[in-house]
Write a protein that binds this ligand. Sequence first.
Ligand code: S3P
Length: 183
Amino acid sequence: MNHEESIPKNIVLIGFMGCGKSTVGRELHQRLGYRLMDIDHIIEETMGKKISEIFREEGESAFRDFETMQLHEISKQTDARHIISTGGGIVVRPENRALLRRLGYVVWLCAPEDVIYERTSRNRDRPLLNSPDARDKISALLTEREPWYRETAHLRVDTAGLESHELATGILESARYFFTHPA
Ligand code: S3P
């Protein structure tokens, strides 16, 4: 089996909070017409609760279970060609990293720590950063997670200073190359 046949033609966006996954996901969806699946939104809709409420009422580990369940659900879909946008912590579990890698072309969106702090401090919807020591939290989580993003991704893209349409163009070109060149 060659590379083209073995990997579904989905584009999967991973990366830390505030690195532009949702914005770039919407741009790719508009450009390609592929269905956009935002795992955080799917979880919120399925549970009828905001992510912050799930964290508060059921805990982070329950939220991680929902993420893994959603990845399994998406993996079962045979009609590929989706843009899959994920939450920043999805790479924490080894099981999720393996599932992501098999789902399609995995793009890691990243940005410098200062940019992440600046972007995430504008809203309070992220339970893990909703504390006075958010800056230290970002730093610690980035250090812990970077090796996991690196291990999971086929491509790394720095989003600082670029517009979403510029990012989408680069990602589309790389994805096209990936899907059309056997390993
Ligand atoms: C999380 C990131 C969030 C959301 C939840 C946990 C994380 O998604 O899934 O608050 O652990 O990094 P975004 O990366 O879209 O903010």
